[in-house]
Design a protein around this ligand. Structure first.
Ligand code: ZN
Length: 452
């Protein structure tokens, strides 16, 4: 399998160190609802993970939440709630939306505020080995202490320096140095540290979490292309200076950004569609198809027409799966489809090519069905390879259908009780219990649960 590595700028053969692939993907800052760009990032790495698992690897996947930073503090104060309340509510919506999109859960979702000890340890180590320094309660990374800064983003340190403006209030040794620890300003949440109360910078959080959960050298580090500089460049600087081990990440994978009109979709630019809005208007599969219809490193443009076109494409796949097969002696040979699918995915996750193979197979299933040949092998293969891309291909969630039915029965039972028809009402309660569903009458609401 070949993967494009941002670090070398080349497409390289990918081999993990062991049978388990360690993968760290930068997550969201939960200061407002996540947008479609975040959904694309999650779907891209979900497809990669599913394909690795299809190939027999295990994937240890970590995604962080940056639950403390300037935007978190600002967002919480605007809404009159605490930073942790703001984080909690956006994180729980995000995870729900990921489930709806069919994104497999990461093994762990560490949060910056729960990792302060590890972060402080790492910063202390960097000060000890002279890669960082403290001034008035702030700690900075000494960019000049390393010779290969800029290697990920292909930037020249001298050019960076001449471009950087030094703020008057800045006490840094060098304009390029970046913050590892920020001393507390009035009214800000803070944690204790050897340099006084404060909070971690954004970059150090990911270095500390990758080290804690995956070790000193990891197989894959991923994120959107907008994170290459400075975030990922700084992560490399911190991690390699701390451990002395290179490379911090063997492969750096970056997905292209989602555009809305002319610009990249971004909360700070104010042009965005939230994942919730997209899921209200479209099916999860159509959104997923849109994200993988282009190669993951290219940008995609989000617009309603583009998603609707994907809904139509989805219907073609679904209709091929719904055809009734005839039991005949002849079998459909699908081995070439599987080979072509794997070749496409092995080629730096070429999902547009993989989708073309899928639609070829859809056409052949229809063709064979028309002439009365057996199609069940074709349908099996279609199910298998669309599953690797994470497509659910269900018309409706069967669970939500049965949930609706239970709510409906509970409503009828309530009407019966109100009409003093207790015998019938109890019959519904007992009948549901027989099916493993327990009803509990509260003060003003009846709740229910599935018994284990
Ligand atoms: Zn990160």
């Amino acid at each position: 399998m070949k993967i494009h590595n941002t670090l070398s700028g080349k497409t390289e053969s990918f081999k993990p160190t062991g049978n388990t692939v360690s993968m760290y993907v930068c997550g969201i800052t939960p200061y407002s609802p996540a947008h479609v760009g975040h959904a694309m990032r999650s779907v891209v790495f979900d497809v990669f993970k599913r394909y690795l698992e299809y190939k027999g690897f295990q994937v240890l996947h970590i995604e962080n939440f940056t639950d403390i930073d300037d935007k978190m503090i600002e967002g919480a104060s605007k809404q009159g709630i605490s930073v942790s309340e703001l984080a909690e509510s956006n994180i729980s919506s995000y995870l729900k939306e990921m489930d709806m999109l069919g994104v497999l859960r990461a093994n762990s979702y560490p949060r910056a505020t729960a990792e302060i000890e590890n972060i402080v340890d790492m910063i202390s180590g960097l000060i000890e080995n002279k890669s960082a320094y403290e001034i008035n309660g702030d700690v900075y990374f000494r960019v000049r202490s390393i010779s290969d800064y800029g290697k990920l983003s292909d930037r020249d340190i001298e050019k960076l320096k001449s471009g950087a403006r030094v703020a008057i209030a800045d006490h840094k040794e060098d304009a390029l140095d970046f913050a590892l620890w920020k001393s507390q300003k009035p009214g800000e949440p803070a944690w204790q540290s050897p340099w006084g109360p404060g909070r971690p910078g954004w970059h150090i959080e990911c270095s500390a979490m990758a080290l804690e959960y995956l070790g000193e050298s990891i197989d894959i580090h991923g994120g959107g292309q907008d994170l290459i500089f400075p975030h990922h460049e700084n992560e490399i600087a911190q991690s390699e200076s701390f451990s002395g081990i290179k490379p911090f990440a063997k492969f750096w994978m970056h997905n292209g950004l989602v555009r809305l009109g002319e610009d990249k979709m971004s909360k700070s630019l104010g042009n965005m569609v939230t994942i919730g809005q997209a899921l209200d208007a479209h099916s999860a599969d159509a959104l997923r198809l849109l994200f993988i219809s282009a190669h993951y490193r290219s940008p995609i443009t989000y617009n309603e027409d583009a998603v609707v076109a994907q809904e139509n494409a989805l219907q073609r796949i679904k209709s091929a799966l719904k055809l009734d097969g005839l039991e005949t002696e002849s079998k459909m040979d699908t081995s070439s489809y599987i080979t072509n699918f794997e070749n496409a995915m092995d080629d730096d996750l070429n999902t547009p090519k993989a989708l073309a193979v899928i639609f070829d197979l859809v056409r052949e299933i229809h063709k064979e069905h028309k002439v009365g040949n057996a199609i069940s092998d074709g349908q099996e293969t279609l199910k298998k390879i669309t599953g690797v891309l994470g497509l659910g291909l269900q018309d409706k969630n069967p669970d939500s259908d049965s949930d609706d039915l239970i709510e409906f029965l509970i409503e009828i039972r309530l009407s019966l009780r109100n009409a003093n028809q207790y015998e019938l009402a109890d019959k519904i309660r007992d009948g549901l219990l027989d099916l493993g569903i327990q009803i509990e009458d509260g003060v003003d609401k009846t709740s229910w649960k599935r018994l284990p």
